[in-house]
Design a protein around this ligand. Structure first.
Ligand code: ZN
Length: 57
C-alpha cells in the first residue's frame, strides 16, 4: 500500500509530495522537489503501514 506524505523541501522550502511504498521498516529514498526539481533525500520509518517518522536532508 502506498503512503503519501508532504514534506518541506530543504532547498526552496516548498511543500512537496513524497510517495512511500508503505513497507514496514526504515527506508531511504530520493524524491525530486515538485517546485525546484532538486533531489531530496528522505528517510522514513513505517510501522503497520503508517508513517511514524520522516526525516529530510
Ligand atoms: Zn524545492
Amino acid at each position: 500500500m502506498e503512503e503519501t506524505v508532504i514534506i518541506a523541501c530543504p532547498y526552496c522550502n516548498a511543500e512537496t509530495l513524497v510517495i512511500l511504498d508503505g513497507v514496514d521498516g526504515d527506508s531511504n529514498l530520493v524524491s525530486d522537489c515538485e517546485n525546484c526539481c532538486r533531489p531530496i533525500n528522505v528517510r522514513a520509518s513505517v510501522e503497520d503501514g503508517a508513517v511514524v517518522s520522516i526525516q529530510v536532508g
